[in-house]
Design a binder for this molecule. Structure first.
Ligand SMILES: [Zn+2]
Ligand SMILES: [Zn+2]
Length: 165
């Protein structure tokens, strides 16, 4: 390991391991460089301000990962198949991606609309925990059956584009 003294590129403070050492960065412009903890926090804040679309991308990737994770857990718990006994799509033909997590009493759609999409992973986590505790409030329906149920029960969304009544 190299013993030379490393200084923070930003403020020039001498870096001491386990004290103010953050980590070394490598980039095309500066090669290897070092930042103290303080400057690292500062620069990552600045970076986030300057790269909102990158931040969004990383957040949404994380978001999707969480959704996928809980979706899979829920689908496994509920048997990975459409719960409608008269489902016209045979289980072998059904693509798992077409399975919807449906609230048996029709609450899911309204509930789903109320939670903002940013909180969807938390919602799925909650559903998963309820199911694990024996809840019978949720079922899987394929897209077809889910829409038919909505038509039948009038669980249809009202148009969103209304402004001021
Ligand atoms: Zn610094
Ligand atoms: Zn179905």
């Amino acid at each position: 390991m190299d013993e030379k003294i490393n200084k923070c590129r930003q403020c020039g403070v001498v870096l001491v391991k386990d004290v103010n050492w953050f980590k070394s960065f490598v980039d095309k412009k500066h090669g290897r460089y070092y930042l103290c903890k303080q400057c690292a926090i500062e620069s990552s804040r600045k970076w986030r301000l300057e790269n909102p679309e990158r931040v969004n991308f990383l957040q949404s990737r994380n978001h999707h990962k969480k959704i996928q994770k809980y979706r899979k857990l829920i689908l496994d718990l509920l048997g990975n198949k459409c719960n409608n006994p008269t489902c016209p799509i045979s289980p072998e033909k059904l693509d798992k991606r077409a399975l919807h997590i449906d609230h048996v009493n029709g609450g899911a759609y309204q509930k789903g609309r109320r939670i903002n999409s940013g909180r969807y992973p938390q919602y799925l986590k909650k559903v998963y925990n309820e199911l694990k505790n024996g809840s019978k409030d949720y079922q899987l329906l394929c897209a077809y059956c889910n829409w038919m149920k909505r038509f039948k029960n009038n669980e249809l969304p009202t148009p969103r584009c209304k402004k001021g009544g």
